[in-house]
Write a protein that binds this ligand. Sequence first.
Ligand code: FEO
Length: 403
Amino acid sequence: MHCTRKLTDAVHWVGGSDRRLALFENLFPIPRGVAYNSYLLLDDKTALIDTVDSSISRQFLENVLHVLDGRPLDYLVVNHMEPDHCANIEELLLRFPSLKIVGNSKTFPLIRQFYDMELDGRILTVTESDALSLGRHTLRFYFTPMVHWPEVMMTFEESEGLLFSADAFGSFGALDGFLFSDEVDFERDWLADARRYYGNIVGKYGPQVQAALKKLSGLHIRAICPLHGPVWRSGLSGLLDKYAHWSGYRPEERAVAIFYGSMYGDTENAVRILAAALAQAGTPNVAVYDVSGVHVSTLIAEVFRCSHLVFASPTYNGGVYPPMLELLHDMKALNLQNRTAALIENGSWSPASAKGMASLLGGMKQMRLLEPVVTIRSSLKEDSLGQLNRLKDSLLASLEEKS
Ligand code: FEO
């Protein structure tokens, strides 16, 4: 049975949510599930904007057929060729013999790489700013390469001001009946997952996101319709501000995130004392994470949020504790930059994790390292406690500086 929502009189949401998938991309935990959005526009011509993942094909096809109500589908716009949005292209081609697929010169080679389907006579190749009239509605195409694949484009419907933004402005999380961000408490219930989605999926491509934001800035956008998560018809400036921070690698908040690994509790003890001292001094925004117990995608979201990052690691195999290594490697891979960092190392006979962490941070741009580095030998003693106190003072002084 169909399950759809109306965006406007002419535009319908025909997507769905998957709450069974444990790992998005077989990589990122999604305890709240994920939505795959697809939008169907009815005018003199009918046009579908992207399809969905194979896991919800049945629901999707019922939705599309219900909204079409016997009409043929004339166009399928493929803004993004990642399989979580493309699993139903062939099925639609088979069901609608006059259907044309709309994409750009980078879209169709990817379709042929992923699938074996006959495309001769079935494609419409568009170039930058091309328009496609559907009657009263006109679609115009803007290329936004590497946000976050090379073929990605966004489609702007001019008469109603709807931006179909591909993965940009998306979020992890299934839709619980609502469709619009103003139907939920986004800040409370969704922002963390939106940030985690951005940081891990798109975070590496900040300059390309900024180029896209600049290109789209002249459009009169009344709603943003991403491929995952809620649709934005209000509060657009707040969303764009988040994207400006994330894509510019500017910290979203003056905040301290402390990431620690601890094999027997001694490094954790130092972190607890530091966090308590910061709180005692009135620092309002401190978060502590055990890198062994919190998924690295959540840690990445926090490095995108926070201005000050403390890394506390045991020495392991003469270097950095493996889960901490994973976090630092991910930060580098995602191009994270422009943060203030502090280091705590622990080593019973030859402490070496601070050197390893400093080296990895040194490979990232605009990373400022606070003094002193705290060196613990097995457990905190008076000398290392003194270092920890001085590091707390350095953090407090840095937090007071103008950003
Ligand atoms: Fe949701 Fe890049 O696919």
